[in-house]
Design a protein around this ligand. Structure first.
Ligand code: FEO
Length: 171
């Protein structure tokens, strides 16, 4: 069994992960609207990864005999000024998620819930990767500014990202 405190915090994390998926899908749609299909594909894959994160935690709560109570998912922003602004918002969001994961670890330790602490270590490492991959794209974007040629090249590169689950192709 998990304690009420751990259960509540994990429930909140599932909501945050699904919100992340929602936010990145919204960014994907924004990128499609400005004719950057590679960026759109990258964000779609990112959205799917967030759902994988959400389900990992969801399944863990159930496995530990806890209860998942699903609440409302906040509506994400729908428009960004440019690709740099979207990736700056992504990095800021990922840093927030990292802080939430660290806080979850603190709660698990305070509750002497060692199994949850071990479970969360995967997320601690994953957040290092998430922040690094977003920052790598952001730095490239900042280097090329809004130049068409460079943006086109990054778009092609990002378009090769494979989603964890195969998605139906856009028409
Ligand atoms: Fe699930 Fe991007 O953190």
């Amino acid at each position: 069994m998990i304690t009420e405190k751990v259960e509540k915090a994990l429930n909140e994390q599932v909501n945050a992960e699904i919100y992340s998926a929602y936010l990145y899908l919204s960014m994907s749609s924004y990128f499609d609207s400005v004719n950057l299909p590679g960026f759109a594909q990258w964000m779609k894959a990112q959205a799917q990864e967030e759902m994988v994160h959400a389900m990992k935690i969801y399944n863990y709560v159930i496995e530990r005999g806890g209860r998942m109570l699903l609440g409302a998912i906040e509506a994400p922003q729908t428009q960004w000024e440019n690709p740099v602004a979207a990736f700056e918002a992504t990095l800021e969001h990922e840093r927030k998620v990292t802080a939430m994961i660290n806080n979850l670890v603190e709660i698990a330790l305070a509750e002497k819930d060692h199994a949850t602490n071990i479970f969360l270590q995967w997320f601690v490492s994953e957040q290092v990767e998430e922040e690094a991959s977003v920052d790598a794209v952001l730095q490239k974007l900042k280097m090329i500014g809004s130049q068409g040629q460079g943006l086109f090249m990054i778009d092609r590169e990002l378009g090769s990202r494979v989603a964890p689950v195969s998605l139906p192709a856009a028409e």
